[in-house]
Design a protein around this ligand. Sequence first.
Ligand code: AAO
Length: 513
Amino acid sequence: MNVVALLAFLYGGCLAQYSPQTLPGRTSIVHLFEWRWVDVAAECEHYLAAHGFGGVQISPPNEHIVLNNPWRPWWERYQPISYKLCSRSGNEEEFRDMVTRCNNVGVRIYADVVINHMCGASGGSGTHSACRTYFNAGAEDFPAVPYSSWDFNDGRCKTKSGNIENYNDINQVRDCRLVSLLDLALEKEYVQGKIAGYLNKLIDAGVAGFRVDASKHMWPGDMEAIFSQLKSLDTRWFSNGTKPFIYQEVIDLGGEAIKSAQYFGIGRVTEFKYSAKLGTVVRKWSGEKMAYLRNWGEGWAFMPSDRALVFVDNHDNQRGHGAGGASILTFWDSRLYKVAVAFMLAHPYGLTRVMSSFRWNRYFVNGKDLNDWMGPPSYSNGSTKAVTLNPDTTCGNGWVCEHRWRQIRNMVIFRNVVDGQPFGNWWDNGSNQIAFGRGTTGFIAINNDDWNMDVTLQTGLPAGTYCDVISGQREGDRCTGLRVIVAADGRASFQISNTAEDPMLAIHVDAKL
Ligand code: AAO
């Protein structure tokens, strides 16, 4: 191997942890929150592969606590009991089968890994865990790992409660308990080895990478010590020496001592400013206007695009957890949500993650949803309901399946088609009507004003008749929705009513008749 090739190999290798390792031309991942493994596998085979999804973020696959006060909250999954692969979503065999089947159709699996802590200090003792493994939270005894009280940070935390009390004290944030979750001593080689062993077991099963939960609460040096022990990805699906994709959950909206940038050396980082700001702009709150999106991305003081994992909402902030400000748009606000998701998928900034949720019966008291804890659609015995499919391809049994909404699915494809193409041909009306293109391959126009949009714009696209992929798509030689005619000079007229179901038009070269 000559020097240039060696350097390219090393460069590629050392940057691999920023790449989702998806098949070429697949640019988004979907979070199938709380889905069972058998349903994820079927979705990979019957939907995600065919519609260009790059991969799936799954809920934590390790054994977690089982709670009944409240009854089976979704957040059981964030209270580990062991690193056995059994959980609300299924057992190890189902997990391995899912990863194999998804990889076999070119859809990657990213595991949500909870490695900062074990269960809550008040988790009690017994076998109320997904695999009925014995543990004793009070004694910090998790025999299935094994972890004992030696393996927790109690000695290092200086707060009276043992919990984080001040997010501006770096030592508290990293060495004290997050909401009383037993904080592992990640600086210990023994603990690092146990966690690396768990992650390598997932790599052996074929996962492509990890969403690292609560990264803000771990010292970057300890995380690097763990990740340096990770194997390369499984050569059944990945080229030899490929490193796992790493994206770290760090809530940094500014104003705290810990910054996202402290984690850039390890992998990508969630950009929560994106989610909070886009919600504010699309809701037209605080004087924000769509016209201000002209310099969206680093121009808004977000992290560099090649370090950012972006989303309109996530499983926390769609229900007021984490950085769950009121501006966050979710499936509950479906019309504006589709505007925000379409914008995110059309704009080049960041690696995009689409949320796929379940419904729960929200119950607001003084602006707070008292049912924010409610778990996935379940039977009376607590087992999670199957994802059923309706004839119109939507989901039943309480699963929202935003990723299957035509407008969102088609914009996932739009992003694949325009991948690598420059942002340009920006137009706005100084208010909330905007439009922009992606080189010569795609163009989107959005009307978020309270009056009609009627303009003729330079799209940058080749002349022809295009199917609008918001109101429909191209099927053979016909459009199932609206059409847009691009003239020889690249210009096209966009009439968008402010009362339209979806006040957007989006076209790309794969939707051209
Ligand atoms: C549950 C119960 C607790 C109980 C605990 C143990 O709710 O009462 O003590 O069990 O028995 C999830 C749930 C938790 C649940 C936990 C364990 O959300 O309610 O606790 O499972 O079952 C912080 C972390 C962040 C974390 C977020 C929820 O930094 O990593 O809290 N997210 C991840 C997961 C999440 C999970 C865990 C971590 C735990 O995504 O699902 O928790 O594994 C500030 C800080 C943030 C901090 C938030 C919330 O954010 O900056 O770092 O997130 O506070 O504490 C504005 C500010 C923004 C601020 C925000 C909220 O937006 O700009 O900075 O307000 O104050």
